[in-house]
Design a protein around this ligand. Structure first.
Ligand code: NAG
Length: 185
């Protein structure tokens, strides 16, 4: 079931009517001197790309540093009244650029890029994931994460500007639903 969910999560956006972007992935700037340890803990999904990916609500991810330097990742959402969680592993893929993480939610699936473009570790983070398809086009995901379930509108606007200035089209970014999440299911 878990693997099925992951496969669905990975390929559903590709199969849906989403229009891929032509050309290879952009090469955005990432957080300088990224500190994985300071990034650990709980992050809430505030906004995301693309809209088709939206399924559950109250989406959050909890990162825990492991002894081997990788991070244990637990993502959860409420879907049709049920709390669903999925476990994964995040690794620094490029030691020269520790902000370029990869996340895998199963032993059999490859690591997908999870790049921290910018974060202050304490309030918000901008995350980008892009996969080239034959260098002809690319499929991407972008998230604005918060340490709290909501962020000031100005922070969200600024985040979108950062994506845009890195040639990432966030015109279809939507706000994630984080209302009514802390009451018992
Ligand atoms: C995050 O994970 C750690 C380690 O498993 C756990 O102690 C902590 O309670 C978790 N936090 C949340 C909000 O789930």
């Amino acid at each position: 079931m878990k693997v099925f969910l992951v496969v669905l999560a990975l390929f559903l956006p590709l199969m849906s009517a989403q229009v891929p972007h032509w050309g290879p992935c952009p090469e955005p700037a990432t957080q300088p001197a990224f500190n994985l340890q300071k990034f650990m803990g709980r992050w809430f999904e505030i906004a995301k790309l693309p809209a088709q990916f939206e399924r559950g609500r109250c989406i959050e991810t909890n990162f825990t540093l492991k002894l081997d330097g990788t991070a244990h990742v637990v993502s959860s959402e409420i879907l049709k009244g049920e709390l669903k969680t999925i476990d994964g592993t995040a690794v620094v893929e490029d030691k020269r650029n520790p902000a370029k993480l990869g996340i895998s939610f199963s032993y059999v699936l490859p690591y997908t890029p999870y790049w921290i473009l910018s974060t202050d570790y304490e309030n918000s983070a901008l995350v980008y994931s892009c996969t080239d398809v034959l260098r002809l086009f690319h499929v991407d995901f972008a998230w604005i994460l918060g340490r709290t379930r909501s962020l000031p509108a100005a922070t969200i606007e600024h985040g979108k500007e950062v994506f845009t200035s890195n040639n990432i089209d966030v015109s279809r970014m939507i706000l994630s639903r984080q209302q009514g999440c802390d009451q018992k299911l």
